[in-house]
Design a protein around this ligand. Structure first.
Ligand code: AGP
Length: 608
């Protein structure tokens, strides 16, 4: 996704902006640029490709100033190239704009502006903003920006500088995250706190429809009608070393190995083992409201949707409440059944996924209570939901989600306990689940201690062209997740299926070149999965099996086995997913691929 950094203060802005962009690299991008007010006017430098290319352009033709903005672009309109890179400037070279989001009516605006004589040089929607601000720039820059934005349909997080204003940045947001960093006599703008954490921990999150005017003296926030808005300052507790790789080759591996700790943090202070119960402080729901919930909708995207499927099984099995798990991108555009007694659980690591945010807003419009399971504190979903359960997984930098997934499953298990122990679940059963949850971090560590076994298996299959992942019950969503992990970082085609579904078509794919990964712990459906393993072997397939016990019936049938500890059925996904994360990681690294920033992917998909 695109990234924004801005600075106004007494220090040279160039190195601060470039450093800030580097902290945003993990978000995925294809070009970058910087604009500076050098005291005599605006200068810009832009480059296709990595930030190092922009750095080379700046070093080759230095740019100086104490007020500047910078941007990493993930192309939505127009090819990834220098011309389409941000910042974009107006005809008079007076205004420079960086923008995250999509201007939906940019084509109509472009036509009108061209008729007025404006000359466009790029294919982007963003350039329209530069000319629109120029068109309205009669009094102050902030007035011109507000006038322009009031004509815009779509989403934006923008930062604007002008040659007329030697120490001013105007920032505004609608549908794309933006925050102000509060320094000592200096101020920052960023789309992600990681960009400025090295400079300040004090931040002000802008909300949709807000505009900020930022100078060396401070900042003022208003709405798009110029009405002042009071904002609080938040303090960020994350440390930069949490964001660094911590000795691992990739953020993804660091985050896989963080899971004993992140799972612990997801449960910290939220489990009452004695009562087999959970305490979730942020739900913001009364006892009566909790009792009235008679249906639950879970909505999310990608990996978060997979954890939602597990939550659906947990809650229906134990709390006996009907649950529907919906792709957010589908939910938001269909005519779903939502009642005043619906609870809409919104799962998102980033808290900024456009489809998920829109689905939550649609559920709210239809009267549902919303509950966010979000990792990023202060993210849009976390600030707009009616209540929430933070995942406390710490920053997840790798584009492929790992620790956030297991923390989501923990959050859903805690939510299940909340409901189930108010309904039919006995204290004994609740206690059994709570104790099993508390054992998970050590069990995950046992798996991680044997990561090299998975590396050996990866070596055997790193050149495969296709994979099939099969599981049943709680492990069918794990099959989907394992397939997604492999797809998104190794670019190998992989599909996840309910194990029994293999007979209804995919079995035609089975031959000696098709590795089949079975997720087959000794749970209530193990015997059925064992039969499926035999069906695959009968057709010459290669079987990789994640299981929890020696099984005589499978002797000689499994080509490669990875053993995991035993737990209660509903918690197996926390254990079975870890070997699959490792398998995907090792295959991708053995294929020499960019594990943390896979091609075409972004960490947070803040556009439709
Ligand atoms: C997961 O590995 C992917 N990167 C992707 O599917 C991700 O889970 C999805 O985009 C949802 O993101 P969110 O959890 O931040 O909303």
């Amino acid at each position: 996704m695109c990234g924004i950094v801005g600075y106004v203060g007494g220090r040279g802005a160039t190195s601060l902006l470039i450093e800030g962009l580097k902290r945003l690299e993990y978000r995925g991008y294809d070009s970058a640029g910087i604009a500076m007010n050098n005291g005599n006017g605006l200068e810009t430098r832009k480059a296709k490709g990595k930030i190092s290319m922009l750095e080379a352009a700046v070093n080759g033709n230095p740019i100086h100033g104490t007020v500047g903005i910078a941007h990493t672009r993930w192309a939505t309109h127009g090819a990834p190239n220098e011309c389409n890179a941000h910042p974009h400037i107006d005809c008079t070279k007076t205004i420079a704009v960086v923008h995250n989001g999509i201007i939906e009516n940019y084509s109509a605006l472009r036509t009108v502006l061209k008729e007025k004589g404006h000359v466009f040089v790029s294919e982007t929607d963003t350039e329209v903003l530069a000319h629109l601000i120029e068109e309205n720039f009669e009094t102050t820059l902030e007035d011109a920006v507000m006038d322009a934005l009031n004509l815009v349909e779509g989403t934006f997080g923008i930062a604007v500088v002008s040659s007329r204003d030697k120490d001013k940045i105007v920032a505004a947001r609608k549908g794309s995250p933006l925050l102000i960093g509060v320094g000592d006599g200096e101020y920052f703008v960023a789309s992600d706190v990681a960009a400025i954490l090295a400079q300040t921990r004090e931040v002000v999150y802008l909300d949709d429809g807000e505009v900020a005017v930022i100078t060396r003296e401070g900042y003022q926030v208003s709405d798009l009608g110029a009405r002042p808005v009071r904002k609080g300052v938040s303090r960020i507790e994350w440390d930069l070393d949490q964001i660094e790789k911590g000795g691992f080759d990739h953020f993804m591996m660091k985050e896989i190995f963080e899971q004993p700790n992140s799972i612990t943090n997801a449960m910290r202070g939220r489990i009452v083992v004695e009562d087999g119960y959970s305490k979730l402080g942020g739900m913001n729901i009364t006892r009566d409201e909790l009792e009235k919930i008679d249906n639950i909708i879970i909505t999310a995207c990608g990996t978060s949707w997979h954890s939602g499927l597990i939550g659906e099984l947990m809650i229906e099995e134990n709390a006996r409440i009907p649950v529907e798990t919906e792709y957010a991108s589908e939910f938001r555009y269909r005519n779903p059944i939502v009642t005043p007694n619906s609870l809409c659980v919104v799962i998102s690591q980033s808290g900024e996924t456009a489809d998920t945010l829109a689905a939550m807003r649609e559920a709210k419009r239809r009267g549902a209570r919303t509950l966010g399971l979000v990792n990023v504190v202060g993210s849009t979903i976390a600030r707009e939901d009616d209540g929430g359960v933070y995942l406390h997984a710490g920053p997840e930098i790798g584009v492929a989600s790992t620790k956030a997934f297991t923390s989501q499953v923990i959050g859903l298990a805690l939510l299940m306990l909340k409901f189930a122990r108010r309904r039919d679940m006995s204290v004994a059963r609740g206690r059994e689940i709570a104790m099993a949850m508390e054992a998970l971090p050590a069990q995950v560590q046992q798996i991680l201690d044997r990561a090299k076994e998975m590396e050996m298996i990866a070596e055997k299959f790193k050149d495969a062209q296709n994979f099939l992942y099969l599981g049943r019950g709680y492990n069918f969503p794990v099959a989907l997740e394992g397939a997604l992990k492999l797809k998104e970082i190794s670019y190998i085609h992989a599909e996840g299926y309910p194990a029994a579904e293999m007979k209804h078509g995919p079995i035609a794919l089975i031959d000696e070149n098709m590795p089949v990964v079975f997720i087959a712990p000794h749970d209530s459906v193990f015997d059925k999965v064992a039969s499926n393993i035999q069906e695959v072997k009968a057709r010459g397939g290669k079987v990789i099996c994640v299981t929890s016990r020696e099984e005589p019936a499978l002797k000689g049938l499994i080509d490669y086995e990875f053993r995991i500890p035993e737990t209660v059925d509903m918690l197996y996904p926390i254990l079975t997913v870890v070997p699959l994360q490792l398998l995907a990681y090792y295959i991708a690294t053995k294929r020499g691929l960019d594990v943390d920033q896979p091609r075409n992917l972004a960490k947070s998909v803040t556009v439709e």
